[in-house]
Design a protein around this ligand. Structure first.
Ligand SMILES: Cc1ncc(C[n+]2csc(CCOP(=O)(O)OP(=O)(O)O)c2C)c(N)n1
Ligand SMILES: [Mg+2]
Length: 804
């Protein structure tokens, strides 16, 4: 027994001490039994896929002991024991997750939306408002991409720093008590090879935030040994330079074997103290862990581990080692045998109960369909065919929803010619069942709460009679000033955001005014800037995280796509992260400062709002709208718009730009032109020239790509003009392809078109540098003029004679 542990335990009575250890042992054994039976359930076909925490039980018991209410975990799929130890996972829930039970009461971790092993706790009430995070243990919803949990971890930890150090945030709140909360990260040894790990690790060292990262080291990443993963096969060894010392702040680094229960408890205690009190980040390298069942149910580890390694794993199994240790102290095997026997029983019962609960409603649905089929068959000319379907369904012992519903739907084909009350009942049943499943599988991509973004009313900018025209960046700057003074939880950060107030001075002077924490420079590390935003937004703050140029969003795009954009959906509306991502893009110079890859962005970021303001007043209005609600969004400002003149509104901070609403910026009768962002200026110029030859365009600013035109105003315009042109700077078929689909298929505008709809886009390659590079890469005024003119030539060749 280690010294510290002995000291701790002296405070407990012998009885309590023993009780706690045996209770821990019980959790470990229950967890292991879940893994063993879980694998069997998959291999016998009752569940689709299994990834379990076998071999990593003991360190998780220690982590759970140090984990306090208000703390956060951002981890990965091996942490079932930790979840059990903090009281947030029962064996029954474990199996409900494995079977994908869609009732969130039975399966609180994802209501079946995520594969087992992906956990969360609920941070939102039914109405979408925050719960008190200080009264619970908080687990941010897991994702599968390796190291994808790291960027968010940084933000979760940084929130504590903000709450501790920003005066205005110190008031009582449901997120933090003086920044005492730790963000605990877990990651597999192999996943530390990912850039996200190193980037986050460095950033947390710079920021000095209360973050404790545990590396569960089992020497493998699926079949690939550490020698292919990690320099020197040792992550703590190569991270030694991060150790804090007399030369500067850094990390506290611990190394401990994963089977050493008492040492682990010491280490986690120390880590907790350092991180909580000093806000120093900590690495705990937990070595000598195993994977007794292999990586997942898709393979077996005998394929890639040597006999010798397999033998070593048996000897170093953390539960066996813990058992040896307990016996060396208490010398009573009887108790342990009893715990093991009871655990087997308990898990078996939990498994059966979860299965029966999961099946209950499906079997009920099966019965209903069998009944309905029996009745429709009676009256149908196709009786034998329907009865065949019915009998097939009846023989399925453990039906899936798919089997039940598809039988019902296929039956309808035999009833096409018939009309009777039994058929109506079957139709009704299908409709009801579909809408129930719609809730189970298709809701919560965006907020469904009362204050969702779409409900925020438009407030137009207003102007004094003698309003000044100013550089457009001043509109933004004044608006950010107003935002920072109104919303104490707003934090703005990114590369060059602090000292110089961003590369276009949209935040000029605001760091001086609001301090280095609220308007902050960051390192060049887009993924973890996004992570800072996600994590802090999960803890009640309102981060505005800047990506310097739209082109560099790609570095942060994975985490936005996999983590932020899926958060509401994967948590079934039980978690949110209302992060605003600010960037600037479209037209300027060269391959990496002219990006307008909006098609790529909108398809990867469903779950966020994608806003493309045509000027800075519109952009400012979007920030104001978003802050009145709680949904994540990306705002793309126009890179070439900051120095253009805009009139300075006199209701800065109050005006809003509505989301999902287009704006007609020029009325016309001949052709509807839909565009957005920088391209609008080109379109407007072309429209003037087209007017000179008698072509009357109607120009519509899409304003928001996600969502697009909820009121179907474009359709109304097309009903008048019967012609459609979409113009943007993305690649052919990019965002223009998306808009075309929205307009033709969602709004059903195809039926009002008298001409082929056309798109005017940039070339497929990226924009070449310089004025001429731009001219030959992106749509020009001449391109827009000529394409629209050619369209009108086709309509009326006599009036609009060929140019070429
Ligand atoms: C980005 C990404 N690449 C690949 C995978 C597939 N994958 C899942 S787990 C895993 C190995 C992870 O090993 P390690 O981090 O050591 O964790 P362990 O499973 O050993 O606990 C891989 C390659 C993934 N989920 N995400
Ligand atoms: Mg591993």
């Amino acid at each position: 027994m280690s010294e510290k542990f002995a000291e701790e335990t002296q405070k407990l009575s012998y009885k309590e001490f023993k009780k706690e250890i045996l209770s821990d042992y019980n959790i470990a054994v229950v967890s292991r039994e879940c893994s063993i039976l879980g694998r069997r359930e998959v291999l016998t076909g009752k569940a689709k896929f299994g990834i379990f925490g076998g071999g990593k039980e003991v360190p998780q018991l220690a982590m759970a002991k140090a984990f306090k209410n208000g703390d956060w975990r951002s981890g990965y799929y091996r942490d079932q024991t930790f979840m059990m130890a903090i009281g947030e996972l029962t064996a029954e829930q474990f199996f409900a997750g494995l079977y994908a039970h869609t009732d969130i009461k039975a399966e609180p971790h994802a209501a079946g939306r995520q594969m087992g092993g992906h956990f969360m706790t609920h941070t939102l009430n039914e109405d979408g408002n925050w719960k008190n995070q200080l009264k619970q243990k908080n687990v941010s919803a897991d994702i599968s991409p390796t190291a994808g949990q790291m960027p968010r971890l940084l933000g979760l930890a940084q929130a504590s720093k903000m709450y501790r150090n920003i005066e205005a945030l110190k008031k009582t709140n449901p997120f933090s008590e003086n920044g005492n909360e730790i963000a605990w990260g877990t990651i597999g040894n192999a996943s530390t090879s990912e850039g996200h790990f190193f980037e986050t690790f460095n950033a947390a060292g710079v920021l000095q935030v209360p973050m404790v990262i545990s590396v569960w080291d089992d020497e493998y990443g699926i079949s690939v040994h550490a020698k292919y993963q990690t320099t020197k096969e040792n992550i703590s060894e190569i991270l030694k330079g991060f150790q804090r010392d007399e030369n500067g702040k850094g990390y506290e680094i611990f190394i401990v074997n994963g089977w050493d229960y008492s040492k682990l408890i010491d280490v986690y205690n120390q880590a907790s103290t350092v991180a909580r009190n000093e806000h120093t980040p900590v690495l705990i390298h937990v070595k000598e862990l195993t994977q007794p069942q292999g990586h997942s149910t898709s393979g077996s580890h005998e394929r890639y581990k040597s006999e010798e390694r397999l033998d070593w794993e048996i000897k170093h199994d953390c539960i066996s080692k813990m058992r040896e240790w307990i016996l060396s102290i208490f010398e009573n095997e009887e108790e342990l045998l009893n715990i093991e026997k009871e655990a087997k029983k308990e898990v078996n019962i939990a498994k059966r109960t979860a299965w029966n609960n999961y099946l209950h409603d499906i079997i009920q649905a099966q019965k209903e369909v069998l009944n309905l089929l029996e009745k429709v068959a009676e009256k149908s000319e196709n009786k034998p065919f329907i009865l065949k379907l019915k009998n097939e369904l009846a023989t399925i012992k453990d039906p899936s929803k798919k089997e039940v519903l598809s039988t019902a739907r296929r039956t309808l084909r035999y009833l096409i010619q018939e009309n009777n009350s039994e058929k109506t009942k079957l139709l009704q049943w299908i409709e009801n069942y579909n809408s129930e499943q719609l809730y189970n599988y298709n809701t919560h991509l965006y907020s469904e709460a009362k204050n969702n973004v779409k409900t925020i009313k438009e407030v137009k900018p207003t102007y004094s009679e003698n309003a000044n025209f100013v550089d457009a960046r001043v509109v933004l700057k004044n608006n950010f000033d107003s935002i920072l003074s109104r919303y104490k939880e707003v934090l703005i950060f990114g590369e060059d955001v602090g000292k110089i107030g961003d590369v276009n001075q949209g935040l000029e002077g605001l760091q001086e005014k609001y301090g280095k924490l609220r308007v902050a420079d960051t390192g060049i590390r887009e993924a973890s800037i996004m992570g800072q935003g996600i994590g802090m937004a999960m803890r009640g703050l309102r981060p505005i995280a800047e990506i310097q140029y739209l082109d560099y969003l790609l570095y942060g795009l994975q985490i936005l796509s996999d983590d932020l954009a899926t958060l509401r959906y994967r948590s079934v509306g039980k978690q949110k992260a209302p992060l605003i991502v600010r960037t600037r893009g479209h037209r300027l110079e060269g391959i990496w400062h002219s990006g307008s890859h909006m098609g790529a962005v909108i398809h990867l970021l469903r779950g966020m709002y994608i806003l493309t303001p045509r000027n800075m007043t519109k952009a400012a209005g979007f920030y104001n709208t978003l802050l009145q609600s709680d949904e994540p969004a990306l705002i793309v400002e126009n890179l070439n718009g900051y120095r253009l003149k805009e009139k300075l509104p006199n209701n800065i901070g109050d005006f809003t730009t509505p989301i999902g609403v287009v704006e007609t910026i020029k009325k016309g009768n001949d052709v509807t032109v839909v565009s957005y962002g920088s391209t609008l200026k080109i379109v407007e110029e072309a429209a003037k020239e087209l007017a000179q030859v008698g072509i009357d365009t109607e120009i519509i600013d899409a304003q928001t790509l996600l969502p697009f035109d909820l009121n179907h105003d474009v359709l109304k315009s097309i009903k008048k003009t019967n012609r459609l042109v979409i113009a943007d700077e993305d690649v052919p078929g990019g965002a223009s392809g998306y808009l075309l689909n929205e307009i033709l298929n969602v709004q059903n505008a195809y039926q009002y078109l008298d001409s082929k709809p056309i798109t005017i886009t940039a070339k497929s390659h990226r924009a070449a540098y310089g004025t001429d590079g731009d001219y030959f890469s992106k749509p020009s005024i001449e391109d827009v003029f000529e394409k629209i003119y050619a369209l009108m030539h086709e309509v009326d060749p006599d009036t609009y004679k060929k140019i070429y």
